[in-house]
Design a protein. Structure first.
Length: 111
């Protein structure tokens, strides 16, 4: 399935759906367009992690990790799970994992 050719003959309802999807895609790309959030998603692509684990993996303060996780949560890319006092995060759906796989293949596979 390829990208459709857009022209002036597209029905209004189909054009509205394309515009709605463009907004969703742009918000998704903005959310992963920050190196901290991208690295968090990379780590979560390998499985659920606690906030403490992410702090250690990223060598970043808890406040910075929490701020980035908030944005990812707001965009629906990660889902929290509480176990006592510990909060774990995982990817919400397969879209993030697919994008991370592509980014890895394009930029990191030769490392």
């Amino acid at each position: 399935m390829g990208i459709p050719v857009l022209n002036n003959n597209i029905p209004d309802d189909e054009l509205d759906k394309i515009m709605d999807n463009a907004v969703l895609a742009a918000n998704f790309l903005k959310a992963i367009g920050h190196e901290g959030r991208l690295l968090i998603l990379c780590h979560l692509a390998t499985g659920e992690k606690s906030v403490t684990e992410l702090e250690s993996l990223l060598s970043t303060r808890q406040s910075a990790v929490s701020q980035q996780l908030s944005r990812l949560r707001l965009e629906g890319l990660v889902t929290p799970r509480r176990d006592g006092k510990v909060i774990y995060y995982r990817l919400t759906d397969e879209r993030s994992r697919r994008i991370i796989d592509i980014v890895y293949d394009l930029f990191c596979s030769e490392i």
